[in-house]
Design a protein around this ligand. Structure first.
Ligand code: AMP
Ligand code: ZN
Length: 458
């Protein structure tokens, strides 16, 4: 039974999907104008963790959709800088292609499989769906036109009996926060759905009541249109970082008529020196600075997703050390020969491990508590049952616990010679083999009651 903290109800709730056996989940994806930073990656790793829990613990089929924002102010200012000699629409496409490929490579590097993302739709491929939604809002008089742009009227929306402010308590005095586009609107808190064309910018035609409104979509409308297109309405789970609660998700909900998804899951920020990592603050780090990307993923999992995570060299080092220790323990079972490990763990510690892991991970993805379950088995229990348990846990964590390079036949022969010389009490010989394994093969051999256990030195 999975419980998740739902930002809509501000409480932990038992999760069950709308359609039996299938979960429809939408994650707000990147704007592809530049590399994502490791704060963004925290958000995508949390999404990935959630979809892995839904699939591998709860055994649902998961339709996971993540959008690619390929048209907004940031994209436009980037093409102005880097592609000013090209036609705007072509420039936009080239910029989006370049950073979408880089984004996919980055997420794969931190253990998010592209194949687990059912759809990765681009905003500019869904202009028709966005326009259809805007037209519906115009018909309902919830949208209005002003100077060639189209806005969402919060006043009319609320007059129609709908509630704005489901995820946050909206502070109507702080009007400036409600939109990133303050010009051309009637009510102070209205937000833009369609922005009138400006010279030199990419644009699309928009026909309404025999008039033309060339322009481009506002940011929020793409997620309402694409989530509805691929997952229906309402769908099960919508995710993003806490900064997306408002205004982005709040506006998505309003554009969808008040009910978009049943669960909203929001991750807290990755911080550096006490401040949110963000491009505008100039404190970003990208994946290229992570010597072991999966150790970064492990560091993310060591924090609960709803806690702010302070990131720095020390945190990364301790996560790396911990991951190495666990991987070495996993190696010892992976590299054991067939009859060396008993089938079952008679001490029942493996069961304790799995029980604690499952209890924690299904309690609002409590990864710190789930990771502490390793203490039941680590360095103590060796069996095929335990190895299976590690395979299961790895299918959820995705940190590469069992990805060590297999032993070569030469390495296997050396280990077998080592075992034989120990059995014949030829300790000089066994010491020499141990040294050779260490120096030439970066393999460590430990003598235990189960015989010699071997791991790669990391
Ligand atoms: P953006 O491209 O700014 O829309 O960000 C993509 C995703 O990363 C969104 O879900 C953001 O909420 C999330 N995000 C941005 N900065 C951080 C951060 N410092 N820590 C965690 N998540 C973040
Ligand atoms: Zn979105």
């Amino acid at each position: 039974m999975l419980r998740l903290y739902n930002s809509l109800t501000r409480s932990k709730k038992i999760f069950s999907p709308i359609h039996k056996g299938v979960v429809n989940m939408y994650s707000c994806g990147p704007t592809v104008y530049d590399h994502v930073h490791i704060g963004n990656l925290r958000s995508f790793i949390v999404d990935d963790l959630l979809q892995r829990v839904l699939r591998n613990v709860e055994k649902y089929k998961v339709n996971w959709v993540m959008n690619i924002t390929d048209i907004d102010d940031k994209m436009i200012s980037q093409i102005d800088k880097d592609y000013h000699d090209k036609e705007p629409m072509q420039a936009l496409g080239e910029l989006a292609d370049k950073y979408t490929d880089i984004f996919i490579a980055d997420i794969e590097t931190v253990g998010i499989r592209r194949s687990d993302i059912t759809k990765l739709p681009r905003a500019t491929d869904h202009i028709d769906q966005m326009q259809a939604l805007i037209k519906k809002l115009l018909l309902e008089k919830i949208a209005y036109i002003s100077d060639g742009s189209i806005y969402f009227s919060l006043e009319n929306y609320q007059k129609s009996g709908k509630k704005y402010g489901q995820l946050v308590n909206v502070d109507y005095d702080a009007q400036a926060r409600l939109t990133d586009d303050q010009d051309q609107k009637e009510g102070a808190s209205d937000f833009v759905l369609w922005k009138a064309k400006k010279a030199g910018e990419p644009y699309w035609e928009f026909e309404w009541l025999d008039s033309q409104y060339p322009g481009r979509p506002g940011w929020h409308i793409e997620c309402s249109a694409m989530s509805t297109e691929y997952l229906g309405q309402p769908f099960d789970i919508h995710t993003g970082g806490v900064d997306l609660k408002f205004p982005h998700h709040e506006n998505e909900i309003a554009q969808c008529g008040g009910l978009q998804a049943n669960f909203y899951i929001h991750n807290e920020f990755l911080q550096t020196e006490g401040e949110k990592m963000s491009k505008s603050l100039g404190n970003i780090t990208t994946l290229s600075a992570m010597p072991e990307p999966l150790a970064f993923r492990f560091a993310v999992l060591q924090a609960h997703y709803r806690s702010q995570m302070d990131f720095g060299a020390q945190i990364l080092q301790s996560a790396t050390d911990r991951l190495h220790t666990l991987s070495s323990y996993a190696d010892q079972m992976l590299f054991a020969w067939k009859d060396q490990l008993p089938e079952k763990d008679d001490s029942s510690m493996t069961k304790k491990f799995i029980d604690q892991f499952n209890l924690a991970i299904t309690d609002d993805l409590n990864t710190p508590a789930a990771l502490s379950a390793f203490s039941h088995i680590e360095g103590k229990v060796y069996s095929h049952e335990t190895l299976k348990a590690l395979e299961y846990v790895e299918s959820i964590l995705g940190v590469g616990l069992l990805s060590a390079k297999p032993l070569s036949s030469e390495e296997k022969a050396l280990i077998s010679d080592y075992d034989k010389s120990r059995a014949h009490k030829q300790y000089m010989e066994s010491d020499n083999i141990r040294e050779k394994l260490k120096v030439d093969h970066k393999l460590q051999i430990s003598d235990t009651q189960h015989g010699p256990l071997v791991n790669r030195i990391r």
